[in-house]
Structure formats: structure tokens, C-alpha cells
Design a protein around this ligand. Structure first.
Ligand code: BG6
Length: 514
């Protein structure tokens, strides 16, 4: 065992370890985390000796817990579980349970004893990941309890914590939360998960940019006219109204996922491809975001909320009718904004970001609109407006496409836009891993590249916080636009372009020329 502990400094191997999931009976654990761990097991990526310890507030036996996990797998890891019943049983043998009330200090003493015993029994060093799959107000409580019982000390193996978003509710609360976590854990032990960074297709943005010679030379203010980033969802808030009403699209999607995507699109190439170098570059983008003052909000930010709508002869609830939502709520379910990155590469290039619920499709994509050719020889002969775009499609139909003008065969020089596309689905090996699989494995290895660093979280809060505050304090002066379900949000979002000719791209399920 001692030998193994010495090896713990070695990175990039999945050492024998224990994963403790606080909130193991909750939705996230059942739907995403446990199926992701099971998939890693099926892919032979887990170490020889490992244990997944559920730490939940319910009192239950190991056997009942295994039965619960089995049921979750059959429901949420459907194909994997049904096709590999024997593997499922083998996996369940690695699953354990200990009742832990997050607010009950003594339970952490019991957890300590449980882990000591388990680690001896399985001969696994105390390399432990604590996954905080719990409501954010409990993060600091659980962290403090872990510290109190020495569950954070590293003499007998490394310790890491994974925290889910939201990391704070505002700039001040984010700083405060960080301080509290840092009183028991170092920055390199804290893994702030942003599942967008775990998406294969978001990582591919870096590969597309930095492994090819032809994208980078044009990836700057000289050639790029504007960038659009869209994360559209077809569904409403469903049964998450209670959480969502205190959050809204700005905190739920923009502060974290979309600003992280923007950072990946806009960052400088790192000198070396390691966690710190990559994150050093992406944080610089967030720090360079041009602040939006309260008197500039109306021309740079549009907020909206969906209303009751008849769609295909079915009534879709309005946001205010959703369970858990205040009947006069002014929480935004749509945000579109114009953002500038004030640095050498991007000076004055607008980045348009948009996200919303109850839109016509679930589509996430980045579109780089290039400037037109300097001299328009075929201007009069274009059938469609000639635009050059690079589309980085995150989902669905993940891939990369380039739009450009081509001559329509026949007499004369008529020009039409065409689209050259790479679809992930065309690859021989086209299994795209779930974000949680990749991120959990990275944490097990000790690779934090795809996790948000404290300074990045702070920089993105610094940018969005004044907007949120202005919405709150000048509520009546800053409009909340209502939009019908199954539309692309309030039409006012197009005014952000400040040019009547331009509007948001309507993304198609399969990307193709407009
Ligand atoms: C979550 C948000 O972080 O991301 C949800 O809380 C949102 O409101 C979800 O629906 C979107 O993720 P994805 O991967 O479906 O685009």
C-alpha cells in the first residue's frame, strides 16, 4: 500500500481510488454520474481496485443501495446495462453506501471510519474524490465537515473535490465560496465542473484551431466580422422551476457554459498543451471582456421570457405557469448579448451570444462570420447573399462546416453559397463520450484542463454581475421581452446587430447553407 501512495504523484494514470458521491440518491447522480462511471468501467478505463461510495441522507443497506443503482443503470445507462448484464453485476460489486446527513457533523466521523475500513479491506490507498452532487448552499458545510475529520489530509493518498455549478450566485458569493473551500483544499484539489468543457465537440474547437494551418491565420479581427454563439433548447424549465427562478439564463448558462465556450474560441494558442498553460490563455479572454455599464445594457443585452403558446394544437405553458415559478416572475429564460473582447486579436469584433428555453430546436453552435472579400466582383450575380462562415457545431449533428460561394454551372457567373461539412457521424469510430465520462476520468487522473479555474470563475462573474445588478435595481427601465414558445426568442434580439441587414442565424438540425 505504501508503495502505491508514493506513486500517487504520478499523473496520467488512473490509480486505485475511492469515489465518494455526496447526494448519491439525487437526480444528477442517478442520471449522469453513475451511468458515466459504469460506462468508464465498460470501457476498461477504471483501475483494478476502486470503490464508488454513495453518501446520501437515506438510511439503507448496501444491498438496497446496489438494487437502487442497478435500477438507475437499467433506466439511464440503458444500452450498456441491458447488453452487459454480467458486467453490470461486476460493477455493482464496487458500489458501496454510507448514510451521511450533509448537515450532521457526526456522520462525517462515521464516514471516516467507513472509509478507513473499506480502504483496508480492498487494499486501496486513500486516494479519494469527493463529488459534491448536492445543493450549492451545502458546499461549504460539507467541505468544513470533511476538514473537521481530517478527510482532506493527503498523508495517506491524494484528495480531490468536484463541485457542480453554480459556483456562487454573484461575484461576492463566488469569492466567498472559494475562500471557504480554499480553507481546507488547495486550488489543485478543487475541480469545478462545467460540463460544456467536457463535450468532445467543445474540445474539438481547440483541435480545429491549433492543429491546422489554415484556420489560425484568419482567426482574428482582420478577417472575422463577427462571432455568434448559440445554445438553444427546445424544452422549458420542466420541474426545475424552483431552482431556475432564482437563477435565470444569465446565471444558468451564460456565466459558465457560454463564456467558457467563448474563451475556447477566442483564446491564444498556448505554448504547451497542459492544464495550466491552456487555462492561463482562456482566463485572459474572460479578463478582457469589455464591461457593460448599466446605461449600455439596453443596446447590448436583451432578456426574454417565454409565454403560453399554442404549438401544433397543444398549449405550451408559459414560464410563469411552470411549477415553482413566481406568478409575476421577471426571471429571464432567454438572453442575447453583444460582447467585445478587448485585446489585440479581437479589437472591436462583436461576439453575439444567445441562449434560451422553449426555442424551436436544441442546437448549440459557434459561427465565425468572415468579412466579405475586399472587392466584390460578383456582387450583382449572387443568387444568395455571399457569406463565408465557419460553423463549429457542438450538437446535434456535431461537426465542422465551411460556407462559401460557388459558381452555378451554366452561362455567366452566378454565385451561390455552398457548404462543405465534416460530420462526426461519418467517422468509423464515432462514439462521442458523454461529457461526464470524460470529466470524471480526467479528475481520476488528476488532469484539470477541462475544469474551470478559480480565476476564470471570478472573471466571468465580474463580467455578468453588473448586468444582473442593473436588471435588479433598474428593473422597470430595462425591458423583459416576452416571446412565444417555438420561436427564436424576442425579435428585439436582432437589434443587437445594429444593422438591419443582419440577423441571428437560424440553425438547422443538419447544418447547411441558408
Ligand atoms: C445545465 C443547465 O447546466 O445545462 C440547464 O442548468 C441546461 O438548464 C443544460 O438545460 C444544457 O446542457 P446541454 O448539455 O443539454 O446543452
Amino acid at each position: 500500500m505504501e508503495e502505491e501512495i508514493k506513486k500517487t504523484a504520478k499523473k496520467n494514470t488512473v490509480e486505485n481510488q475511492i469515489l465518494v458521491i455526496f447526494g448519491s440518491n439525487g437526480d444528477l447522480a442517478k442520471r449522469k454520474l453513475l451511468p458515466a462511471i459504469f460506462q468508464l468501467y465498460l470501457d476498461n478505463l477504471l483501475p483494478e481496485r476502486f470503490a464508488v461510495v454513495g453518501a446520501g441522507s437515506q438510511e439503507k443497506t448496501e444491498e438496497i443501495n446496489r438494487e437502487d443503482v442497478r435500477n438507475s443503470m437499467l433506466e439511464f445507462a440503458k444500452a450498456g446495462a441491458a447488453e452487459n448484464p454480467q458486467k453490470l453485476e461486476e460493477f455493482l460489486a464496487h458500489v458501496y453506501y454510507q448514510k451521511v446527513g450533509n448537515q450532521t457533523e457526526e456522520d462525517f466521523g462515521k464516514l471516516k471510519k467507513y472509509i478507513d475500513k473499506l480502504s483496508r479491506k480492498l487494499d486501496v490507498p486513500q486516494n479519494i474524490i469527493y463529488y459534491f452532487s448536492i445543493p450549492p448552499f451545502l458546499y461549504e458545510v460539507v467541505a468544513a465537515h470533511l476538514v473537521k475529520y481530517g478527510l482532506n489530509t493527503e498523508e495517506n493518498g491524494w484528495k480531490r473535490i468536484i463541485v457542480e455549478k453554480p459556483f456562487g450566485y454573484s461575484y461576492d458569493t463566488a469569492i466567498d465560496l472559494d475562500k471557504k473551500l480554499r480553507s481546507g483544499f488547495n486550488e489543485d484539489q478543487i475541480y469545478r465542473i462545467d460540463h460544456y468543457l467536457g463535450k468532445e465537440t467543445v474540445q474539438n474547437i481547440m483541435v480545429t484551431r491549433f492543429s491546422n494551418g489554415f484556420f489560425e491565420p484568419i482567426w482574428n479581427r482582420k478577417y472575422v466580422d463577427r462571432v455568434e454563439i448559440t445554445a438553444a433548447e427546445k424544452i422549458g424549465v420542466g420541474d426545475r422551476g424552483g431552482y431556475y427562478d432564482t437563477s435565470g439564463a444569465m446565471r444558468d448558462m451564460i456565466q459558465n457554459h457560454l463564456l467558457q465556450v467563448l474563451a475556447v474560441v477566442a483564446m491564444e494558442p498556448p505554448a504547451i498543451f497542459d492544464s495550466e498553460s491552456i487555462r492561463n490563455e482562456s482566463v485572459k479572454v474572460l479578463q478582457a471582456l469589455r464591461p457593460i455599464k448599466s446605461n449600455e445594457i439596453n443596446e447590448n443585452v436583451v432578456r426574454g421570457q417565454y409565454i403560453e403558446t399554442l404549438v401544433d394544437e397543444t398549449i405550451q405553458k408559459g414560464y410563469r405557469q411552470e411549477k415553482g415559478v413566481a406568478p409575476s416572475s421577471k426571471t429571464e429564460t432567454f438572453v442575447a448579448m453583444r460582447v467585445f473582447v478587448d485585446n489585440w486579436r479581437w479589437g472591436d469584433v462583436p461576439f453575439y451570444i444567445r441562449t434560451g428555453k422553449q426555442l424551436p430546436d436544441r442546437v448549440t453552435e459557434v459561427v465565425i462570420h468572415l468579412k466579405p472579400a475586399p472587392h466584390q466582383l460578383f456582387k450583382q450575380r449572387c443568387v444568395a447573399q455571399s457569406t463565408n462562415m465557419i460553423i463549429l457545431r457542438i450538437h446535434p449533428d456535431a461537426g465542422v462546416a465551411v460556407d462559401f460561394g460557388m459558381k452555378i454551372p451554366g452561362a455567366g457567373y452566378k454565385v451561390q453559397n455552398v457548404n462543405m461539412a465534416f460530420h462526426y457521424s461519418d467517422l468509423a469510430s464515432n462514439k462521442i463520450s458523454e461529457a461526464y465520462e470524460r470529466l470524471l476520468l480526467d479528475c481520476m487522473i488528476g488532469d484539470s484542463t477541462l475544469y474551470a479555474r478559480a480565476d476564470a470563475v471570478k472573471a466571468s462573474w465580474k463580467f455578468v454581475d453588473p448586468i444582473l445588478q442593473a436588471w435588479k435595481s433598474h428593473n422597470s427601465e430595462i425591458p423583459l421581452y416576452f416571446y412565444e414558445c417555438n420561436t427564436w426568442g424576442p425579435k428585439e434580439a436582432n437589434a443587437l446587430f445594429g444593422n438591419k441587414e443582419l440577423k441571428w442565424r437560424a440553425p438547422f438540425k443538419k447544418f447547411k447553407t441558408e
